[in-house]
Design a protein around this ligand. Structure first.
Ligand SMILES: C[S@@+](CC[C@H](N)C(=O)[O-])C[C@H]1O[C@@H](n2cnc3c(N)ncnc32)[C@H](O)[C@@H]1O
Length: 429
C-alpha cells in the first residue's frame, strides 16, 4: 500500500455530523468524548489504560518533539500521550472510516484538556509505513519541521486470534520500524503495544527486531494487569521511554489508578516443594508475577522469613513462609507504597490450620467439620477444581459451614492446594 497519497483529516461541520450520526461519542467520567465504531472499539485502548500508560513516561527524559502514532485507530492512545505530555501528535490511519473519527476525537479532546497540544496535532489518512512522505506532508501542512520525540505503535492483530505470528500484525512491525528509523533520533523513545499473548520466543523476536536497528537502546517489557490474574496488556518500552529495569509489572485498580508497580530483572520462579505444615503461612499470589519474571523480586520484598514457592504454575502460584508476609520487624518498616505494591499482587493469604488429602464430594461434610473444629465459620474453595462442579461443591460447603457457624464467631477460611495435598487456611485480615 506504500505510495498512496496521505490526506489530512480536517474536522469540519460535515465530519462532525458524520461522527455524531455514525458513532456518537462515549461520555465517560474523567475522559474526553471519543467517537468509535464497534470495529474501532474492538481495537481501541480503553481511555483509563491509555491515560495510565501515558503517566508512566518521564517527560524530562523525552527529546523535544511530537508524538507519532502511525496506526492510530481511534487515536485514544495518541490523545492520552499528547494531553499528558502537552506535546503535538501526528496520527496516521489507513482505514477511511476510522481516520475522520480520529480527527474529530483529536479536536474534541483538545478542547476537553488543558494545554495547546492540539493546535499542531493532525490525523492523516494514509499508510503509516510510508514514513518520509507522511512526515514531509505533515511538516508542510503545519509549516514547521517538528521532530519525532516518541513513536507509539499498536498494530492490529487478527480478529479473535488467541495466538498469532508477528507478521500477521498490521502494519507489520519490521517494515514500520525500518521505514521510520532514519527519521527518528539516534536513540529514539518508542512504545510498542503488543498482544498480551505473545510467547517468550515472539518477545525475543521483537527484541531482536528493535536491537538490530538500535543496538544500544535500553528496553523494558511492561506487563499490565487489572487484576483477575490476567495479563491485559504487554508492551515494549525502548530508549528514553524505558525504565531503569528490563521488566515492569503494573497493577491498575478499577478506576485506572496505579495499585502496584514492580520493576526488576527477570528471574525464573522455581518451586521448592517441602511438605507444607500446620502453622506455616500461605499466600496465593497473582500469576502475573510469574508471567512477568518478577515473582522472585516480589518474594524478596514480601517476606524475609525464607519463603518458598510451593506452586509456580497455573492460576494460583503459592508461597509458603514461617511468618505472614510483611510482618517481621524489618518488613514492618517498609514504606506504605511498598506495602501496597506487595499486597496488590496477593489473591488471598492465611495461616495453615488443618490438612486433608482429597477433595471429593463425599468428604465435604468431614472437611467442614474439620474447619469448624479449628474455629472457622466459612470456607472458600481457592484450589483447582472442575468449573462444572465448583459451584455445587461451594454451595454444599456453605450449607455445611452454616450448620456449624452458630457455634463459631465469624472467621473466614479457605482451601488451597499444595504439593502435599490440601490445606485449610485461616484467612489473614
Ligand atoms: C490496534 S488499532 C490501534 C488502536 C489505537 N491504539 C486506539 O487507541 O484506538 C491498529 C490500527 O492500525 C490501522 N492500520 C493497519 N495497517 C495500517 C497502516 N499500514 N497504516 C496506518 N494504519 C494502519 C488499523 O486500521 C487499525 O485502526
Amino acid at each position: 500500500m506504500a505510495g498512496i497519497k496521505p490526506v489530512v483529516m480536517m474536522p469540519d461541520d460535515n465530519a462532525r455530523a458524520y461522527a455524531d450520526s455514525s458513532a456518537p461519542a462515549r461520555e465517560e467520567p474523567n475522559a474526553p468524548p471519543l467517537h468509535a465504531t464497534d470495529e474501532m472499539l474492538r481495537l481501541a485502548t480503553p481511555w483509563f489504560v491509555a491515560h495510565a500508560r501515558a503517566r508512566l513516561l518521564s517527560p524530562s527524559k523525552l527529546p523535544p518533539g511530537l508524538i507519532l502514532d502511525p496506526a492510530c485507530g481511534s487515536a485514544t492512545q495518541l490523545i492520552a500521550l499528547c494531553a499528558s505530555l502537552n506535546r503535538p501528535g501526528l496520527g496516521v490511519e489507513l482505514s477511511g472510516s476510522a481516520a475522520p473519527l480520529a480527527a474529530i476525537n483529536l479536536e474534541r479532546s483538545g478542547a476537553w484538556s488543558d494545554g495547546d497540544w492540539s493546535d499542531s496535532s493532525r490525523i492523516l489518512w494514509g499508510d503509516g509505513t510510508d514514513a518520509e512522505p507522511i512526515l514531509q506532508f505533515y511538516h508542510e501542512h503545519i509549516g514547521v519541521a517538528i521532530p519525532v520525540a516518541l513513536l507509539h505503535v499498536d498494530p492490529a492483530r487478527p480478529k479473535d486470534a488467541q495466538q498469532h505470528t508477528l507478521d500477521e500484525m498490521q502494519p507489520p512491525l519490521d517494515s514500520l520500524l525500518t521505514s521510520w528509523a532514519p527519521l527518528l533520533p539516534t536513540l529514539p523513545a518508542i512504545i510498542l503495544d503488543l498482544s498480551p499473548r505473545l510467547s517468550d520466543t515472539q518477545r525475543l523476536e521483537v527484541e531482536e527486531m528493535v536491537s538490530s536497528i538500535w543496538p544500544s537502546s535500553p528496553t523494558t517489557w511492561q506487563w499490565m494487569t487489572q487484576g483477575r490474574g490476567r495479563i491485559d496488556r504487554l508492551s515494549l518500552w525502548v530508549g528514553p521511554a524505558a525504565d531503569s529495569h528490563p521488566n515492569r509489572l503494573v497493577r491498575l485498580d478499577k478506576s485506572g489508578e496505579f495499585y502496584g508497580i514492580l520493576a526488576g530483572d527477570s528471574e525464573p520462579t522455581i518451586a521448592n516443594q517441602i511438605d507444607v505444615e500446620i502453622g506455616e503461612h500461605l499466600v496465593i499470589a497473582d500469576p502475573c508475577l510469574v508471567a512477568s519474571g518478577l515473582a522472585e523480586s516480589w518474594k524478596k520484598t514480601a517476606s524475609m522469613s525464607e519463603p518458598r514457592w510451593d506452586v509456580v504454575t497455573g492460576r494460583r502460584p503459592t508461597l509458603i513462609s514461617s511468618e505472614p508476609i510483611l510482618s517481621t520487624f524489618h518488613e514492618l518498616h517498609v514504606s506504605e507504597k511498598t506495602y501496597e505494591t506487595v499486597f496488590s499482587f496477593v489473591q488471598i493469604s492465611g495461616e495453615v490450620v488443618a490438612q486433608f488429602p482429597e477433595l471429593e464430594e463425599q468428604f465435604i461434610s468431614e472437611i467442614a467439620q474439620l474447619a469448624g473444629s479449628v474455629g472457622l465459620s466459612s470456607l472458600k474453595l481457592r484450589c483447582t477444581i472442575d468449573p462444572e462442579i465448583q459451584p455445587r461443591f461451594q454451595s454444599i460447603m456453605d450449607k455445611e459451614m452454616r450448620l456449624l457457624s452458630s457455634e463459631n464467631p465469624s472467621i473466614s477460611g479457605f482451601i488451597a492446594e499444595v504439593s502435599n495435598g490440601y490445606v485449610i487456611c485461616k484467612e489473614h485480615v
